[in-house]
Each structure stands twice: as structure tokens, then as C-alpha cells.
Design a protein around this ligand. Structure first.
Ligand SMILES: Cc1cc2nc3c(=O)[nH]c(=O)nc-3n(C[C@H](O)[C@H](O)[C@H](O)COP(=O)(O)OP(=O)(O)OC[C@H]3O[C@@H](n4cnc5c(N)ncnc54)[C@H](O)[C@@H]3O)c2cc1C
Length: 402
């Protein structure tokens, strides 16, 4: 559409095409539809069980009204395992939890919530996207038939291998390679594996890698994330990690093997004329924790909010507000997580220091629960200052013990 000398006009009834029906795309699509836009959501694999631990902090369960029936497990503790075998147990605090969802069920629910709000869902693979001065077009393969759809703007919510991201200048952001084993329950699993998330820095994994075990209703997810250059050792690392798990967990039946990428840095640019990137397509996965579901939903929300603020202006100048809002909301916390990640991950002695960090009473009491509730417990500067002081003292102690 074009009017009044403005090339980037959407206007009433603006048609936004959202590519990708995961947490980011469904959240953006629903919000836009509720705000009065015409929305088409393209999803290539509606039955896909995205490789994912499915962990969502309580704060986002509340914010996005996730029904209790979708939560397979409420975990109330994080357990960190050092390369030496030491453990730090961090309860999340009274009444606080990390929810575990099953992605196939969770994503299907989000899509149904979007269609109830008026979003048109198209099952198909978007193979091309292009922008002109008057609109956006996408080519969709709906199983042998190629269809052309046009609209006023496109939101790229198509995950780490995004097609839509090709419309924005800049390299693909760095990523980690992940592998995950789905291990069936045995009925002999230790209680603390059922109620806690375990994070491993085992010596048998490469120095870039870390592992996790997440409890689910029917199984456990054992995962390993590593740098792409160490990817050849991924399944070997998973086998060794599995062998190191306690009886009742590691010796359960292997129900499935999944592999996927996880972005490790945000893209430098998230918008162009008529184009916005959200979730993994934008590289919005938290440093240190590798957590992306909540941030996918939040970025979808902010992108939609920015479009709705003035749907008649879909130019990059206006859409940049989305990126600025994102940075404003996450600069501080992500900056700290990134520093902790580079301070603690690079070698085995640093990983020992990390486990000390999580064993520290202040970190256990305030930092870990702030992660789940997204509430900073007292003055922000004091909170960040004390967290940094604990990190430095743990690093110094282990530096001199090397
Ligand atoms: C092994 C692993 C474990 C993880 N564990 C956690 C965790 O416990 N907690 C957490 O918060 N995060 C976790 N993450 C990260 C989390 O999975 C992602 O950050 C999150 O799924 C991002 O959501 P999204 O909607 O941006 O992308 P996705 O969930 O990847 O959704 C993208 C959607 O787009 C569709 N699509 C892709 N391309 C096209 C196309 N061309 N046309 C049409 N449709 C398309 C896909 O089918 C998919 O449904 C994990 C990631 C991995 C790999």
C-alpha cells in the first residue's frame, strides 16, 4: 500500500505475515490479530516436537497465562555439577518453580490460541521472502503446490535457520550445536532428578560443552550443547554423559535422539523496512542459560506492540523502536549473563569456580530465585554489585588453586 508520499504505509487492516508458528510467531500473531491486523501465520511442521528442554521460568508462566494443564513438571531446584564431581544445590525459593512443558503440545496450544484470536494459519514451508517498495511477498510450498502470498509486513519467527532473516543485512549469528537423548523412565529414578534441573560441566565433555537433565512426565531429556567445531564428538559426549548419570536415569530406554542449533548471540540488526525478526530467528537466546522460549514470546510481543503503535508506518525508522525496546529491557541482565558466561565457561578451573558461585548463600538466596521470578529482590545496583563481587572472589580462589 502507498499513500501520502509515505512508501511504508500499512493503514487500517494492515496484513502482517508471520513465518513460523513456534512461541515467538504465535505470540506476535495473536497480539497483532487482537490489535486489529489481518494476520497470516505460516508453519511448515505443525506436529513438530522442537528439540528443547521445555523449561520456562515461573514469571513467564504467569505473564503469558500458560494453563496449569500444559505443565508436565514443576521443578524447584537447580543442581550444578562441577568437573570434579562437586555439586551445588540451589532451591528456587518458597513457592517458586521452573515449569517443564512438552513443546509439541505447548506449540499446538499457542497456535490454537492465535487462531482463536483471528489469525489465519497456513500449513506450508516459506521458501522465499521478498520486499518491494509497496509490500512483502512470500512463496509458500504447501506440499507440492507453490503459492504466493502478499502483505504489508513480514515477521521472521522461523527459528535459528531463518529464511526471513535473509532480508536483513548481516551475517548469521554464532550458534552452539546441541544433541538431546530422550530417556524413558524406569521407576527407579532418584527423587532429586524428578524435582530438579541438573546442569553438568563434566570433565568428559569438551571445554566448550555443557550438559543438562530435565525431568518430563514420561521421560528425561539429557542434552549437550557444544561449539560447532566440536560437533563431531556430540553423540560420543552424550553417551559419556549418559554413562555418568545415576542408576534409574542413565540406564532407562533410549526413546529418541534429536539435534538442533541454538543461537548464542543476537543478530546485530533485527529490522528492515517491513521486516522484523523475533525469537531464535533474531538470535534472542539468553547467554549462560541457553533459554529462549520466554524471550521468543517476549520479542514477539514487543514486535507486535511496535507494529500496532502505528501500523501506517512500516519503515525501518519506526520498526527500530522494537529493537530499542528489546535492548532497553535486556541490556543489563544479558550483559551480566554474558560476562558470567565468558568468566565461567572457558576452562575446567573456571567451571569449578562457577559451581562455587552457585553454592554461595547470597547467589542461592537471591540470584537463583530472581532468575525464576524475574524480580530483582532489592536495589538493582546492590544486587548486581554483590553478584559481581561473589563471581570475582570465586574466580580468584580457583585461579590461585590451579
Ligand atoms: C536442545 C535444546 C534445548 C533447549 N532448551 C530450552 C529450555 O529448556 N528452555 C528454553 O527457554 N529454551 C530452550 N531452548 C531454546 C528454545 O528451544 C528456543 O529458543 C525457542 O524454541 C525459540 O522459539 P522460536 O519461536 O523463536 O523458534 P522455534 O521454536 O524454532 O519455532 C520456529 C517455527 O518456525 C517453523 N519454521 C521454520 N522455518 C519455517 C519456514 N521457512 N516456513 C514456515 N515455518 C517455518 C518451525 O517449524 C517452527 O515451528 C533449547 C534449545 C535447544 C536446541
Amino acid at each position: 500500500m502507498r499513500a501520502g508520499g509515505n512508501d511504508w504505509v500499512g493503514g487500517p487492516g494492515t496484513h502482517v505475515m508471520v513465518v513460523g508458528g513456534g512461541p515467538a510467531g504465535c505470540t506476535a500473531a495473536r497480539r497483532l490479530a487482537l490489535g486489529g491486523c489481518e494476520v497470516t501465520l505460516f508453519e511448515r511442521r505443525p506436529g513438530w516436537d522442537k528439540p528443547c528442554g521445555g523449561g520456562i521460568p515461573q514469571a513467564y508462566v504467569d505473564l503469558y497465562d500458560i494453563p496449569p494443564g500444559l505443565i508436565e513438571r514443576h521443578t524447584r531446584e537447580l543442581v550444578f555439577h562441577a568437573p570434579s564431581g562437586r555439586e551445588a544445590h540451589c532451591p528456587l525459593g518458597e513457592g517458586t518453580y521452573l515449569a517443564m512443558v512438552h513443546r509439541r503440545v505447548f506449540d499446538a496450544y499457542l497456535r490454537s490460541r492465535a487462531t482463536e484470536a483471528g489469525v489465519s494459519l497456513v500449513t506450508g514451508h516459506v521458501t522465499e521472502a521478498r520486499v518491494s517498495r509497496t509490500g512483502v511477498e512470500v512463496v509458500v510450498d504447501t506440499g507440492g503446490t507453490r503459492c504466493l502470498y502478499s502483505g504489508d509486513a513480514v515477521i521472521g519467527a522461523d527459528g535459528v535457520n531463518s529464511t526471513v532473516a535473509g532480508l536483513i543485512d548481516g551475517p548469521m549469528p554464532p550458534y552452539l550445536v546441541t544433541g538431546q537423548y530422550r530417556i524413558g523412565r524406569t521407576g527407579r529414578e532418584p527423587a532429586d532428578y524428578d524435582a530438579a534441573v541438573h546442569i553438568f560441566y563434566m570433565p568428559e565433555l569438551s571445554s566448550s560443552a555443557y550438559g543438562w537433565v530435565f525431568p518430563r512426565r514420561e521421560h528425561f531429556d539429557l542434552g549437550v550443547a557444544t561449539r560447532p567445531e566440536d560437533a563431531a564428538a556430540l553423540w560420543h559426549s552424550l553417551d559419556r554423559a549418559r554413562a555418568g548419570l545415576p542408576p534409574g536415569v542413565g540406564d532407562g530406554p533410549l526413546l529418541g535422539r534429536l539435534a538442533w542449533r541454538i543461537p548464542s548471540r543476537p543478530r546485530a540488526r533485527l529490522v528492515a523496512d517491513r521486516v522484523l525478526l523475533v525469537g531464535d530467528a533474531a538470535g534472542l537466546v539468553a547467554p549462560l542459560t541457553g533459554e529462549g522460549i520466554a524471550y521468543a514470546m517476549r520479542s514477539g510481543d514487543l514486535a507486535a506492540e511496535t507494529v500496532l503503535e502505528d501500523p501506517s508506518d512500516l519503515g525501518v525508522g519506526h520498526l527500530e523502536r522494537y529493537h530499542r525496546r528489546w535492548k532497553k529491557g535486556h541490556r543489563m541482565s544479558w550483559g551480566i549473563m554474558r560476562r558470567l558466561e565468558s568468566a565461567f565457561r572457558a576452562s575446567q578451573w573456571r567451571r569449578e569456580a562457577m559451581v562455587d558461585f552457585f553454592a554461595d548463600p547470597y547467589v542461592r538466596r537471591f540470584v537463583v530465585s530472581a532468575y525464576a521470578t524475574r524480580q530483582i529482590p532489592h536495589q538493582r545496583e546492590l544486587f548486581y554489585g554483590r553478584t559481581a563481587a561473589v563471581a570475582l572472589s570465586c574466580l580468584a580462589r580457583h585461579f590461585f588453586r590451579r
